[in-house]
Each structure stands twice: as structure tokens, then as C-alpha cells.
Write a protein that binds this ligand. Structure first.
Ligand SMILES: Nc1nc2c(ncn2[C@@H]2O[C@H](COP(=O)(O)OP(=O)(O)OP(=O)(O)O)[C@@H](O)[C@H]2O)c(=O)[nH]1
Ligand SMILES: [Mg+2]
Length: 268
């Protein structure tokens, strides 16, 4: 059972990603019978499936994740993911995932405004956490991201996790035109180009075996031969919000690969 946490700034797409993951089985039944993956959402993650169906598929945007009273009020989502590719037959990974509100990550730069944020970060560094999925979505925030991650690295060190915690650093919402062509070699074609300080801070401090860069998009594009984003931009309270454009053609891009690596240490 791999315990994973999902962190990242406000609005980076964390909860939408988890909801998309939970909704997976439905999509399998409808259009992806030959898919290499199947995902089952268990326990509290069932709520995410409903959220995907009732909000995302209806073309609406999720509200920001509220800051709970205490960390144990933040739900723990469980997923069972089955992988069956040409080289990996019937592998199964079980994940327990905690979704944090984005403030927790943002405050790494400014200093924690509450004990609660600090508790969240400390929880993400506990011994039973195998890996951390770090979602970043704004390629104009290299300065801030590098500072936040520098602080996170200091905290990893102070909790003796510097050399034994996997970090999957992910550019989310990569269906966007500026990113889509760089998705296959995300480190070289997205991070080194748009977020060079962030990439450097990570490479200088984290052992290569514990660090991978990815790009993913929960919304994806309209089809294999139709690379138009399956996304509609909308004006939101927190700036650049977007919603799913055609739920019948919803096919996320690269959602499982980072989780598989975080959980097993092997590339899919
Ligand atoms: N373009 C695009 N937008 C997305 C994608 N995934 C999520 N979004 C949008 O990004 C916005 C923020 O999504 P959330 O999932 O609420 O982000 P979050 O990281 O959980 O935010 P907090 O809970 O506030 O920390 C919403 O408007 C989503 O619809 C994606 O794959 N592509
Ligand atoms: Mg959220």
C-alpha cells in the first residue's frame, strides 16, 4: 500500500486530478475497453467519483479545497490501480492519497501562517509516505516555485527524508498549446525551458533515483488525431480557471505514470 500525498499551489489542479482518477472506471466502460489501466476508487474516494460526474462532466469548475479544522478532517482517498501493458501484466498498485489545500504549499514561500499548514507539511514527510506528487501549473512562477521547493527540501532534510522520498514533479494542464508539444520530455522541454530555477533546485538536492519530471492533463485533448484541448477557459475567482469542454470525449493524459513510479520506483 503506497501512501502518496498530492501537493502544489492553489489552483494547480490537484483535486480535479484526483476526481478524474476516481471517475476512471466509468470512462473505461464507455470508451476505453482496451485501456492498459483501470482505476477503482474506494472508501472516501467514491465522493470524488460523484464530484467528477456532477461537476466536472457538467462543464463546471471545482471550488478550492477548503482548509479543514485539523489535518485528520482532510479526506484520505484510496485507489486501486491495475496496470496491464505489453511488458507489465496485471500489476496492481494500491494508493492512499491525501489532497491538501494549495495554501499549504504557497506558505512554504512566505512562512506558515498557522500551525495547521505546518502540520500538513510535516504529515507529507512522515515515514510512511513513499512519495509526493507535486503539481505545478503556472510556468511564469519560476521564482516562487523554486523558493517553495527550496523550503520543502530543507524540511525534507530536517525530517531525514531527503534521500528516501520520491518526488514526481509534474506540469499539470499540459493540454495547453504552449506545453503540449513538450509533454514527452517534460524535464527538458517544459521544466528546463520555462522553470529552469525550479528544475535546478530539485536536481541539485534530490538524488536522481528519487526525482522524475512529468507532464499531465486531467482534461486532455479531444482525440488521438485531434490535439485541440478538451478545455474551455472561464473567468474564475482565482484567475485562469478552465472547465472540461466535451465530457463524452474526456480522456486524461498521463495521469497514471507518475503514480506508478511514485509507488514502485519503476517507470511504466
Ligand atoms: N486547462 C486545464 N484546467 C484544469 C485541469 N485540471 C483542473 N483544471 C482547472 O484548474 C482549476 C483549479 O482546479 P482544482 O482541482 O480545484 O485545483 P487545486 O489544486 O485542487 O486548488 P486548491 O484546492 O485551491 O489548492 C479549475 O478551474 C479546474 O477546472 C486541466 O487538466 N486542464
Ligand atoms: Mg483542491
Amino acid at each position: 500500500m503506497g501512501n502518496i500525498c498530492v501537493i502544489g499551489p492553489r489552483n494547480s489542479g490537484k483535486t480535479t486530478y484526483l476526481a478524474g482518477l476516481a471517475y476512471w472506471p466509468d470512462k473505461q466502460r464507455r470508451n476505453h475497453k482496451s485501456s492498459s489501466f483501470s482505476v477503482e476508487a474506494n472508501g472516501e474516494a467514491k465522493i470524488l467519483e460523484e464530484i467528477a460526474e456532477n461537476i466536472i462532466c457538467q462543464g463546471e469548475s471545482l471550488p478550492p479545497t477548503p482548509i479543514p479544522q485539523n489535518i485528520y478532517d482532510a479526506p484520505l482517498y484510496q485507489f486501486q490501480i491495475k496496470v496491464s501493458t505489453l511488458f507489465k501484466k496485471n500489476e496492481e498498485i494500491n494508493l492512499v492519497v491525501r489532497d491538501y489545500p494549495g495554501e499549504v504549499f504557497e506558505e512554504l514561500e512566505s512562512g506558515f501562517s498557522s500551525e495547521l499548514s505546518e502540520e500538513f507539511v510535516n504529515e507529507s514527510l512522515k515515514e510512511d509516505i513513499e512519495g509526493c506528487l507535486i503539481l505545478l501549473s503556472d510556468w511564469t512562477r519560476d521564482d516562487q516555485y523554486s523558493k517553495m521547493l527550496n523550503k520543502y527540501i530543507d524540511l525534507m532534510d530536517s525530517k531525514s527524508r531527503l534521500n528516501n522520498l520520491r518526488l514526481a514533479v509534474v506540469m499539470s494542464k499540459c493540454e495547453r498549446g504552449e506545453l503540449w508539444s513538450g509533454r514527452l520530455e517534460a524535464e527538458m522541454d517544459i521544466f528546463a525551458v520555462h522553470l529552469p530555477k525550479t528544475q535546478r533546485v530539485l536536481r541539485e538536492n534530490i538524488q536522481p533515483k528519487n526525482l522524475q519530471f512529468y507532464a499531465l492533463s486531467t482534461f486532455g485533448v479531444l482525440g488521438k488525431k485531434d490535439p485541440r484541448p478538451n478545455r474551455k477557459d472561464v473567468v474564475g475567482t482565482s484567475g485562469s480557471n478552465a472547465v472540461l469542454r466535451e465530457s463524452a470525449r474526456w480522456q486524461p493524459y498521463n495521469m497514471i505514470a507518475p503514480l506508478y513510479w511514485l509507488s514502485t520506483g519503476k517507470r511504466i
